[in-house]
Design a protein around this ligand. Structure first.
Ligand code: ADP
Length: 286
C-alpha cells in the first residue's frame, strides 16, 4: 500500500497535516474493514520526531559543525539512512506509510519513489503550501519559547524563585521594546525617546528578517531550528516538487489556510487516487 511523502519548508505545518491525514486514514480504514475482524491495511506515521532525529542534523553552518562532519554531511546522511530503513522495514502491499520529514531533496524523493516501485506499491506526495514569512514566524516563536524556558530554568537554578517570562530574543522586531509612555517622562525626554524608539523599530523592520507573528498551538512542543541560519539554509536548499517528474507525482497541495473541508476534499482525493487507485483529475507525468 502507498508510500505518502509529506514535503514543505521547515516549520510550514507538515506534522500538523500529517497527523490529520493519519487520523483521516485511520477512520477510512476502520470503515473499510468493518465487516472483517482484521483491518484491511496497517497504517504507519514515520517522522523525525518518531525516530528522535534532532533539528541540528540539518545544520551545515561551518561555524557550528565540525569539519569532519561537514565534509561527509554525516549527520544528515545518518538521519536519512534511519528514515529510509524505517520506511523499508514496514512498506508492503498491506501497509500505508506516511513519511513526515522535510523530503526537500529531489534525489531523496526519487530514491523513495524507487523503493515504492520495488515493492510494487503506489506512491504520492503531499506538499504543504505556506508563505516563507509565516514558516519563519513559527521557528521564531519556537526560539522565543525555548529561550524563555532556558531563562526560567536558569532563574530556578539560581534559586531566586522568580519565574517571570521576560523574553530574551534580540533579533526580532520585539527587540525594539515597548513604546515609551508619555505620562512617565518629561515631555522633551518623551519626544526624544519616542523618536529613538521609532527609529529603532524602523531599522529592525527594514533590516531584520521578514516574519509573521504566529501563535503556536498549546500542545506544540517541537524544538526550533537553531541557529536561525540552519532554518534559512534549509529554505534555500529546498527543491520544489515538479509534478512532471514521476517521483513527484501524483502531487497534492494543502495550504496552511485550507479549511477542514478543503483538507478533507484533498484527503478524499488521496484515498481515491493513491490508495484505492481510482484515477481522477491527476497531475501525472505519465
Ligand atoms: P512542521 O512539521 O512543518 O515543523 P508543525 O506542523 O509542527 O510544522 O506546525 C508548526 C506550528 O504551526 C504548530 O504550533 C502548529 O499548531 C501550527 N500550525 C501548523 N499548521 C497550521 C494551520 N494550518 N493553521 C494554524 N496553525 C498551524
Amino acid at each position: 500500500m502507498p508510500l505518502i511523502l509529506i514535503t514543505g519548508l521547515p516549520t510550514s505545518g507538515k506534522s500538523t497535516r500529517a497527523a490529520q491525514l493519519y487520523d483521516y486514514l485511520t477512520e477510512r480504514i476502520a470503515a473499510e474493514s468493518s465487516s472483517s475482524s482484521t483491518p484491511k491495511f496497517r497504517l504507519h506515521l514515520i517522522s523525525d520526531q518518531s525516530l528522535s532525529i534532532s533539528r541540528s542534523v540539518y545544520d551545515l553552518d561551518p561555524a557550528h559543525t565540525p569539519a569532519h562532519v561537514r565534509s561527509a554531511n554525516a549527520s544528515e546522511k545518518d538521519a536519512r539512512a534511519a528514515l529510509y530503513g524505517a520506511v523499508k522495514r514496514v512498506l508492503s502491499p498491506r501497509d500505508i506509510v506516511i513519511l513526515d520529514t522535510l523530503n526537500y531533496i529531489k534525489g531523496w524523493r526519487y530514491q523513495l519513489y524507487c523503493e515504492a516501485k520495488n515493492v510494487q506499491t503506489p506512491f504520492g506526495l503531499v506538499q504543504i503550501g505556506c508563505p516563507v514569512a509565516r514558516a519563519r514566524g513559527v521557528n521564531e516563536a519556537r526560539i522565543r519559547r525555548s529561550e524563555q524556558q532556558e531563562q526560567q530554568e536558569e532563574e530556578q537554578k539560581a534559586g531566586n524563585g522568580t519565574t517571570t517570562s521576560t523574553t530574551t530574543t534580540t533579533t526580532t522586531a520585539a527587540a525594539a521594546g515597548a513604546a515609551p509612555k508619555s505620562g512617565d517622562l518629561h515631555p522633551e525626554t518623551y519626544q526624544q525617546s519616542h523618536q529613538n524608539w521609532q527609529q529603532k523599530q524602523f531599522e529592525e523592520e527594514s533590516t531584520g528578517p521578514d516574519f509573521e507573528d504566529v501563535t503556536l498551538s498549546p500542545t506544540d512542543s517541537q524544538e526550533p531550528y537553531t541557529p536561525r541560519s540552519n532554518w534559512e539554509n534549509l529554505v534555500f536548499r529546498y527543491e520544489e516538487p515538479n509534478p512532471m517528474s514521476r517521483w513527484d507525482s501524483p502531487l497534492f497541495i494543502i495550504t496552511w489556510d485550507d479549511t477542514p473541508s478543503d483538507t478533507k476534499a484533498t484527503f478524499d482525493q488521496i484515498w481515491d487516487e493513491v490508495i484505492v487507485n481510482k484515477p481522477q483529475k491527476l497531475i501525472r507525468a505519465n
